[in-house]
Design a protein around this ligand. Sequence first.
Ligand SMILES: Cc1ncc(C[n+]2csc(CCOP(=O)(O)OP(=O)(O)O)c2C)c(N)n1
Length: 884
Amino acid sequence: MSKELKANQNQKLDSQELNDWLDSLDAVVENHGRDGAKIILEKLEQRAKDLRVLYSPIPYSPYRNTISQYDQGIYPGDLAIEEKITAILRWNALTMVMKANKNYGGLGGHIASYASFAEVFETGFNHFFKGGEEADLIFYQSQCTTGIYARSFLEGRLSKNHLENYRQELNEQGLSSYCHPYLMKDYWTFTTASMGIGLVNAIYQARFMKYLENRNLLKTNKRVWGLFGDGEMDEPESLAGLSIASREKLDNLTFIINCNLQRLDGPVRGNGQIIQELETIFKANGWNVIKVLWGSEWDKIFQQDKDHLLLKRFAKTVDGKYQTLGARDGEYNLKNFFAEDPEVLKLVSSLSKDEIDKLKRGGHDFKKLYAAFNSAVKTKGKPTVILAKTKKGYGMGKAGESKMTNHQQKELNLEALKEFRDRFQLDIPDNKLEKLEFYRPDENSEEIKYLKKRRELLGGPLPKRTFKKVELITPKIEKHSNFLFNESDREFSTTTGLVRSLGNIMRDKEFGKRVVPIVADEARTFGMANLFSQIGIYSPDGQLYEPEDATSILKYQESKSGQLLEEGINEAGAISSWLAAATSYSNHNFPMMPFYIFYSMFGFQRIGDLIWAAADQMPRGFLIGATAGRTTLAGEGLQHQDGQSQIIASTFPNLKSYDPCFANELAVIFDEGMRRMMTECKDEFYYVTVNNEKYTHPKIDLSNKEGIIKGGYLFKDLSNKELNINLLGSGPIFRECIEAANILKEDYGIGSRLYSITSYSELEKDAKSIQRQNTLSPSNKKQNYLQQLISNNDPIVATSDYVRAYSQLISSYTDNKFLALGTDGFGRSDTRKNLRDFFEVDSKHIVVSSLYTLYEDGKISLDKVEKAIKKYNLNNNKINPWDL
Ligand SMILES: Cc1ncc(C[n+]2csc(CCOP(=O)(O)OP(=O)(O)O)c2C)c(N)n1
């Protein structure tokens, strides 16, 4: 056919011609099956695009189940028992929330979310979620924990006492509100309580399993399952990893979205259709999408609906209306949905109002769900999302089903409880109903036997967090940081020190393969471009092109077995990769040692919540905040200069964070950190800031090791017999302290003790623990490490390249007069020298601050301070950096 074919816009297609087309399609399906018809349609589509008939086909499919009733296959489970088990789980889940709130008003909890997702969970637990040695990685929707606890109760893993202590985590048998591995270490594996984080984390867990396999480190048949809410899909993190999941063909990944059409305040898309929107988003990102919208009761109606009138009505119905229909009875639905089109009404003319009422949504139908799960696990080459249409508060009846406020609903009255019991045919007498008694059928009942058997066949109970302790030997400091064992005049930055030590760690024959270096498009910024060719950039496709710099020894080399994870400009993805590697010890019994090196400003403040979620999962690995400090990163300005990450990091309980000045300190921190995490298997992780200022570094002196790790050590004692000051500094600003000490000595005859502070926060952690100990056992008073370190009464001037609050972390734990300097305020572009002057952290400000504290301490006269202020031309009228 000629491509020049002209469109005749006036020529109408007559109905005979149209029917001929449709009949021929029917005939193709009959003779060649659906696959044959698909081939023809794909060809036709291509031709239509060539002729510009089709520009952008509708990106979603009709509002019906993706898998037809004819393709769903035979259900392998015992439907009656599974429905009974689900009813019992619903009851116990509901009772947990009601009990907790009745006994201790305000403890909270959610009924409606699990009620909407129970069948989906049960489909997984009875047929798909593998447990045991090769347990699947499952991200549970966090508001549904009650249902999962209820299941463990039936399995005999949790007692009645546990359920009674739901949300009372301080009780020995308390159950945590949401999925928090930190609080239930042998139970939960992933945290999903902060919405959106679970999705991006799950994708990178699935991706990391492929990485382990492609690097020939570990092959696993595990799958990643993610169960999330439709409202949750509005979080940017929910969408953050969708494209990498299909780009890297993660067919080991399945999401199930609980499309109950509601979030906390109201409908997710009152005026639209969230399911169609999600289908578009996932399809556009290359996912296999399976919609499970209607239960089996609808099948007969669909069979009669030859002209797709019902589908047209569905298409015209917005979610706000679906919610109202969901909250009302059969009569209302007949009048306000079916009767709106007399032809549609005819389709249900044989159904009673009661039967209309019982038309289920697909997410509550085991057969439909099973077919979707089964199809998902068989899909090759792409991830699958199942969009399960459910009803929020399913089973809560008039009291809560599809009600606008049901997310917060924590109780049902007696009438509603009776309705619930009768609907699900639960064997609970009225008196037990009133008392909100938990219900567990006899151990020998068919329900308990069935439930246990299913889990046995799938490898064991879930959720379960178990792992073997694997103790690895880490490389020796003499090897990985050999370049720091001799004095040298070479000037280099701590970032360079990091790259060299890290390179050597990766060269270690045994341990090197465990290292996972991760960057988010900043490897060149940090001088790490050599890693591209040395260890290769991971890409499951290898390298399908010759890189522009192919002849360079630093060429950009992608490889299937590449070690470096180059995540692009994607901090959320990079930290999720880091977390996957950092929890490999617990998820796969295969410890890995990740180092995620990032712009420190785009770490804790940008993805702090992802790091917080990571902390909950007890990761083991290093986070490296590079180009750190507010004045050390010269030139980049306000949005880049980090003066706060150390403060945020100091609030993470299982994180040890350091701000070293010298590469030798960094090497010791690496060495000790690796050993503690990989050999001693300690549940802690590390944040270390490095910078790009070049200067010389002292050689490694292992006698300082303890101090470096504890947070500080005496770097140099320049004290004299008369007048002294203590100068404390961290990061590159410590070098300003050294200069200040020389000026104080030369120009003022004042002695000093110079303390290199590697971590104000580690000093603080120790000091507050000792203070607590002393408060609670005053007769057995102890000194904190800071007091032991600074055992004199001279004033302290403490500084860093961070806000004053960082060095002030320790100010209340010493009796010495204390003055903090820091970089409070917005950053700005300028030279280091000018910035340090502006933020008042340079040597002359340290000198004047030292003189001032000595004056305040009554040790020198005021005129000495005033003279110095004049000499250095410091001006009180200069703009205050944090009060502009
Ligand atoms: C980042 C974040 N913001 C807000 C919340 C509080 N929150 C908990 S559940 C919820 C509504 C969730 O709606 P949806 O995802 O649709 O799940 P549903 O409970 O309706 O199944 C909200 C806002 C949270 N946990 N995390």
